[in-house]
Design a protein around this ligand. Structure first.
Ligand SMILES: Cc1cc2nc3c(=O)[nH]c(=O)nc-3n(C[C@H](O)[C@H](O)[C@H](O)COP(=O)(O)OP(=O)(O)OC[C@H]3O[C@@H](n4cnc5c(N)ncnc54)[C@H](O)[C@@H]3O)c2cc1C
Length: 327
């Protein structure tokens, strides 16, 4: 059995206070929401925190609210709440992503904020301290070389959250609180293609919420995984489409393909102005799959995941084309 290391716990009442605590404590502190990812990392001794700054008492951090220009979701809202809230039903990709993540027990605790800030995963690094010790250190442990891509100059761990591609496809924005200030950024700008430092935010910045514009079209999220009741995405494809018979706007996002989820802008642009005819869908799918350069550090082989990227993009687009298809 892997035991938790000892730590002290603080429970601030606001995001601003949480941010100040993180700033004051520096690397001695870890920020915790539901703890479904963080606690296993403590047990694997990937982090040894002196202090945990928990968000569970932050006022107003939970909830989904309709606003004039769309929807806001508090960072502390659980995946189960996101999956079942009627306000999310018009954002199918987000609902499907939330209901496909992890297991019912985990979804009832795991938060949308924690899911977006989930560190990338690697089948070499995400093991017990004993296993990692036998294997030898790697870039992520601070020294040594990458075991999956020897010679690589940066860590290739894979972004494995389900919600990020869905929110990218929906053009969401993230609200970050830092001390008494805050900023709002397109969610795409939160992610960096670096397995060690995958988020473009200061360590003391706290994700307070997500904003999604009005649902003008339809969207879908498809997930490749070995066990449909449980596993992380080996590939996640989200597509949103606004169409009046001809596509007005189309955003295609892929997760599970590298340290950051990506938006296939060129593939989306190919579709604008036309109908989703089979040849155009195939061309867009192949352009989207060019962004995918997986390495052997996740479930399924890298070449299979790359091939499936094109298959899943085409499948998602075909589903959105049919009025009776995916909703
Ligand atoms: C068995 C298992 C299966 C899983 N399967 C899936 C899956 O299929 N799909 C999937 O997407 N995920 C999966 N997960 C991961 C799980 O969904 C995430 O762990 C969860 O969403 C994280 O949310 P949390 O609130 O528990 O975050 P925590 O564990 O508390 O935190 C996760 C990370 O985010 C940071 N963080 C949390 N909240 C904030 C915030 N507001 N601002 C800034 N940083 C923050 C923390 O510091 C930490 O680094 C699985 C986990 C387990 C244990």
């Amino acid at each position: 059995m892997l035991r938790l290391p000892p730590f002290r716990m603080l429970a601030p009442a606001t995001f601003a206070e949480a941010s100040r605590r993180l700033r004051d404590l520096g690397p001695r502190a870890s920020l915790m929401a539901g703890g479904t990812d963080l606690v296993p990392r403590f047990k694997r001794r990937q982090i040894l925190p002196e202090v945990v700054v928990s968000l569970h008492r932050v006022k107003g951090s939970v909830g989904i609210r309709a606003e004039q220009d769309g929807l806001s979701i508090g960072a502390g809202t659980t995946l189960a709440q996101v999956a079942s809230d009627p306000l999310i039903s018009r954002y199918s990709a987000l609902r499907q992503a939330a209901e496909s993540a992890a297991t019912p027990q985990i979804r009832s605790i795991a938060t949308i904020g924690g899911n977006l800030c989930l560190p990338p995963r690697c089948s070499y690094y995400d093991r017990s301290a004993l296993w990692r010790g036998a294997q030898g250190s790697c870039l992520r442990s601070g020294s040594g070389e990458c075991h999956v891509a020897p010679g690589a100059s940066r860590c290739m761990a894979v972004h494995s959250g389900d919600l990020a591609p869905a929110l990218l496809a929906l053009g969401a924005r993230a609200r970050l609180v830092c001390g008494s200030g805050e900023r709002v950024i397109p969610i795409q700008e939160l992610f960096v293609d670096d397995g060690i430092a995958p988020l473009a935010k200061k360590p003391e910045e706290v994700l307070a919420g997500i904003h999604i514009g009005r649902a003008e079209g339809r969207s879908v999220y498809l997930k490749l995984r070995r066990r449909s009741s449980f596993d992380y995405p080996s590939l996640g494809v989200a597509v949103s489409l606004e169409s009046d018979g001809r596509a007005r706007e189309c955003r295609i996002a892929l997760g599970g393909v590298g340290p950051a989820p990506v938006v296939a802008h060129d593939a989306g642009r190919l579709l604008v102005g036309g109908r989703l005819e089979p040849d155009v869908v195939a061309a867009a799918a192949s352009v989207a799959a060019r962004l995918v350069r997986p390495v052997e550090n996740s479930d399924f082989t890298a070449s299979y995941r790359k091939r499936m990227a094109a298959v899943f993009v085409a499948r998602a687009l075909n589903g959105l084309r049919e009025p009776t298809g995916l909703s």
